[in-house]
Design a protein around this ligand. Sequence first.
Ligand SMILES: [Zn+2]
Length: 344
Amino acid sequence: MLNNLLPIFDGHNDVLLRLRRDGGADPVKRFLEGEDGGHIDLPRAKAGGLAGGLCAIYVPSPSMTKDANGDYPTPSQPDAINETLAMARLLFEIEARSEGGVTVCRTAGDIRRSIETGSFAAVFHIEGAEAVAADLDALHVLYQAGLRTLGPVWSRPNVFAYGVPFRYPSTPDIGPGLTEAGRDLIRACNELKIMVDLSHMNEAGFWEIAKLSNAPLVASHSNVHALCNHSRNLTDRQLDAIRDTDGLVGINFGVLFLRDDGIKDANTSLDLLVRHVAYIAERIGIDRVALGSDFDGTTIPAELKDAAGLPKLVEALRSHGFNDAELKKIGHENWISVLERSWA
Ligand SMILES: [Zn+2]
């Protein structure tokens, strides 16, 4: 660690998607040298203590018009693998041109070393496995390229499962569970030691994975349903299942998943985010809560603004009563520890 900020290792960001979608020239340079828009680039990560995190490769729906079932359309596998390769290439080009400033990490040791030396610790993550066909060939090849964590679905159906639609107010119990191909995917992830991410699963899929998987249950960017009645959030029963497998929840900064009024209002206090962290710590233990910002993927509290604002969140957590040792756990130790257990 090169400055005295608390290093934050975060469970979910969409910076690769933002850089691709912005369409501006030289996305690698924009990440490394910084820019005004969005939430993350390297200078702002350094300014806020963002030491790294799961860098999602997410393939957007071909349109944001919902189909007759009320679901977002799912990209085809050929389109999804093409887009996934383009975004993975972007990640590796960022690493290659960063002169040591960014490291794509494949082990917990890689993450620890990167944090110590001040190199941004990126983990290659897929959110929604549309790029992988049911034969799972792409899963094996992407693993060799560095893929270490994967969410089977985003909030739409694919060949593996039915992602939980965005609904408020609503339970997460919407739609069917895993398909046969989905069960094969979970078994293959267990064998390859790819962490399975439960964020965006509906309840049926969550419980099937809980039964099937031999790894800790992890939701990288989901919040507390008891505090915010949104379909993307986790019920107390789900939290208890995560505790029972020594898993982890990364708290999402998205105001839609924090506020109990369902209003998309960036004028949302950081104290509310702290309440979600504290709820999980109290219910399932301080070792099982961390952060999953959703930077560059959602509307976050204006007070935080971007990655450079993370020290404000750390101060809010400290004011709530978390001590230095607990802040380190929430900030990075819990994530590194659950990844180490998932990858062992
Ligand atoms: Zn997400």
